[in-house]
Design a protein around this ligand. Sequence first.
Ligand SMILES: Cc1cc2nc3c(=O)[nH]c(=O)nc-3n(C[C@H](O)[C@H](O)[C@H](O)COP(=O)(O)O)c2cc1C
Length: 177
Amino acid sequence: MKDPYSLITGLRVVRSYLPDPIPDDVVHKILDAGRWAGSSKNTQRWAFVVLRDEASRLDLAKCGNFTVPLQRATLGVALVKLPEGYDFDIGRAAQNMMLAAAALGVGSCPITLHDEACAKRTLGVPEDHGCRYAIAFGYPDMEAERQLRARRTLPGGRKPFDEVVHEGRFRADASGG
Ligand SMILES: Cc1cc2nc3c(=O)[nH]c(=O)nc-3n(C[C@H](O)[C@H](O)[C@H](O)COP(=O)(O)O)c2cc1C
């Protein structure tokens, strides 16, 4: 098992999954890691909709533009933002789940639900709630993943440390933005 620091810096999205189902106790641990994320004033303005069957994942996948991982996954979790919730908090819960999953050998990929109205309709989420993101989970199919990564067009890796980290004051010349 990786040490916690390597798990954090080494977390890469996985978009190819084996058909093996994720056992219920592992699913529970992943969700519980999300539940234990910190939130603004500890308001926990979130709910996690668990999609265990393929039909429900395929339905939700119609609500985004790059949802192939959700179609291939063996588990989906939609992140619902309750009224007055914050995207920052939703992101923390999501990252907790993804890191916990990685610690348990499960791969994951965030999924944007570009058509949020579609996502809310599909899942029965009320109008004044948000549902912009989901996470696809599954045991990694590393051979398929290697082939997928070899074909990828997006740049991999990360920006250099000095471009991202600004000491004391923002440096517009270094930000690349
Ligand atoms: C907010 C957010 C939304 C994302 N939406 C999608 C998506 O809809 N489909 C997808 O395949 N990947 C999605 N990703 C995954 C990113 O493409 C991925 O995090 C990025 O390429 C870095 O990958 P790496 O950590 O493996 O280097 C999303 C990531 C984030 C953080």
